[in-house]
Ligand binder design. Sequence first.
Ligand code: MN
Length: 745
Amino acid sequence: MPGFRKRSPTAPVAPPKAPSLADLIARLEANGRSVDRPFLEKVYAYSAEMHKDQVRRSGEPYLTHPASVAAILADLRLDQTCVAVGLLHDVLEDTLTTRAALEAEFGAEIAELVDGVTKIGKHLYVRKDEAQAETFRKMILASARDLRVILVKLADRLHNMMTLDAMSTEARRRISQETLEIYAPIANRLGMAKVKGELEDLAFFYLYPLQFASLQEKVDERLRVGKKGIAEIRERLVTALAEGGIAAEISFRVKRYYSIFQKLRRQGIDISELYDYLAFRIVTEELRDCYAALGVVHQGWRPIPGRFKDYIAMPKPNLYQSLHTTVLGGRGQPFEVQIRTREMDLVAEDGIAAHWRYKEGRLAPDGADKNVRWLRQLVEIQTEQSDPRSFLSSLKLDLYPDEVYVFTPKGDVFALPRDATPLDFAYRIHTDLGHHCTGARINGRLAPLRTPLKTGDIVEILSSPTRNPSRDWLGLVVTSRAKSKIRHWLNTQQTEQAIQIGRRMLEKELARHKLTLKRTVESERFRKLLAEEGLGRPEDLLARLGYGKATLAQLLPRLLSAEELQATPEPPGAFRRAIGRLLPSGAAAPIAVSGPGDLLTVLAKCCRPVPGDEIVGYITRGRGISVHSIDCPNVRNLLYNPEREIEVAWSREDGGVFAVSLVIETEDRRGMLARLTEAIAKLDTNIRQIEADTERPGRGDIEVVVEVKNRGHLEKIRKALGALPGVLEVSRRMSGSARGARALD
Ligand code: MN
């Protein structure tokens, strides 16, 4: 664009000159910080030694970088520990030093802080959308266990931005983007307006050089023209405040370039229409002087209505406090005036860092302290339980204790609840990825699906189109999203199965009446039945039948004509009665089936479960669900087909009697049978059947079928029989015979 740029834009912030040790000490002392000279000398020498053979891309010795970061930290008025960490912040990343070596040299605290800064740098931010950026910011805040780690990281980033010139165009863009989307918002959240503003202006400078140059020129031009007016206003302000007896410092500032840029773009206006791009700041010693100063300003200049804001009474979310007003200058140029106390000013500029230096690194253990409240709000502590006092006294952060942050191989980051597994992660990305998940690689290594994920893990999901969810997956996930997706899939499958069951039941029954399902479904009677039941599709009716919500006995008279019904060799409902024979007399099996509705349940004949037994359901082809004891050998053998397994539970512990077969091994004694029947009768128990067998020499094998109420009842009988003299063993028969096995299908 020829002629557009009259001159090169000036970088908005210049880096500090490579500070010497003496420099750093001077900065600390200037801010009233105590300095342990031998300690800092040692740290400085150590960093110099470790980085001695390295140079930055700019050609400068590497040490200039950590020393400058240390200087930025010192200028934030932080203490010498922070300054030391600034000096050492790259030794783990870029030199052969280990954490253990650092700890031996400088102690655990310094080693931990340096380690924390190193870890933050390891997460690679891939630009996506605002939600991704927010998750990434939270991850950074969460992975820093100590606030100082964040402060050092911000200083590190600030110095890198100040020296970005040396990097390639590509790297400049990427780092600037990351700064704008991740680090500047973090600085803002911590209330560090100055650091935030510098980061943003530098990123703006590198990302949008033309817009930056153009804006800088316009602002410079306006300042040049307005110079005289600004000086006049300043003089009048000084005089007016002095006359009002108000002790205050007056300064003048231009709004940050990036803030102006955003505001102009957002509101679609020109800089001439911007009211607050220049502002006077009045900093008082006392709070009451703020309001007095406001009076003075409004007396001297006409305030613009609707532009007064009292952030002292109503602080911003990051606890920024100040009075803002906009007034009309002598030449019709509006300008903003900000009025606040010295303390508010420090907090407004440096946020959490300001708070830090107030307390000399020791935060007041008083929960009622307004600064403590401020800190808590600022960092958005989310747990109610965490004791603010212990958290503050140890200076530890745990901002998002219930979350972990996990990456896809492409760099997308997702927040998941603690203990979430790769399966949760798969469902978080896409339902189909979850459904077909076969395994996972965590940080490049195959890992079991039940592995709890950790912040920073890179997770790759392996999948296969033939893989489908199974019921045990519900135990592998913690997110409600994954749970409901799995449940939904299982329920859909179950409905499919119920339709199959219903179809077979109806087909079989119709066949006995010499009718086909196809013709019946097309009949007028069928359509009418659907309409009366409020059902949409034929499948809905079949599903009802399969679930046992409707029976053949109820449906057939409505589906078939009287002649068709009578033309049957057997009356309808034979099927239902066959089931009835298996159930305890007069009572439906007290079984609750998990899932959407009541499926027809049948107690398996092979193992004859009784209430209290652990049970498992098996979806048969055409006969509802057969319920087995979990110990039944048939179940173990036949559940090769896991999707036909279904959860069942006893809905109550009583209700009817259940036949159980007991096998009793005895010595071959006379009167044994009589003693057994007597013992059983004493327990108020009916015997359905009893058989004795004395084929084995010296042994009696007796099988007795008893009617019990539940497992407790059964155990009583077993105990009583086992205690009889001559009884060697009492066991429950669980048939593994082919006949029993067929009963499953
Ligand atoms: Mn660094």
